[in-house]
Design a protein around this ligand. Structure first.
Ligand SMILES: [Zn+2]
Length: 138
């Protein structure tokens, strides 16, 4: 019994270490409220790993993942367009830095759905044009 409790506690703590709390966009805005555009020298943090809302960890790259917001107490909002998640992190450490992820959120609406809708609309307009032409001929 004791062993079972121990292992379950360990798995929970491991999950907590590698997973970020993923929240709705509205809650994410509430968490990151009061920030300003980043004025911090972030060049020293290049290559620092952080846990992302997509489930994997990324090495931070200023060109691939721009910092969209800076908050007091060394907190940053990192945007990652390649996986679509924005992650709110706290900078920890003095000589070897690490990013402690606080919350993450899926940014924006999925693009493929929009494309499908556009296609159906263009097909419909083409059909109506053909009908109009026929009417004019008559
Ligand atoms: Zn990600």
């Amino acid at each position: 019994m004791f062993l079972k409790e121990c292992t379950s506690y360990l798995t929970i703590s491991i999950i907590k270490l590698f997973m970020v709390k993923v929240v709705p966009l509205q809650e994410f805005y509430q968490n990151t409220f009061g920030g300003r555009p980043c004025q911090l020298d972030t060049s020293i943090y290049v290559g620092t790993e952080f846990n992302c809302g997509c489930g994997s960890s990324h090495r931070w790259d200023p060109y691939m993942m721009p910092v969209i917001r800076e908050l007091p107490m060394l907190k940053l909002v990192i945007d990652n367009p390649s996986c679509g998640y924005v992650t709110f992190v706290k900078i920890k450490g003095f000589f070897k830095y690490r990013f402690e992820s606080i919350v993450s959120c899926l940014n924006g609406i999925e693009k493929p759905q929009k494309k499908i809708k556009k296609n159906t609309i263009t097909k419909k307009t083409k059909k109506t044009k053909k009908v109009l032409k026929k009417k004019k001929v008559k």
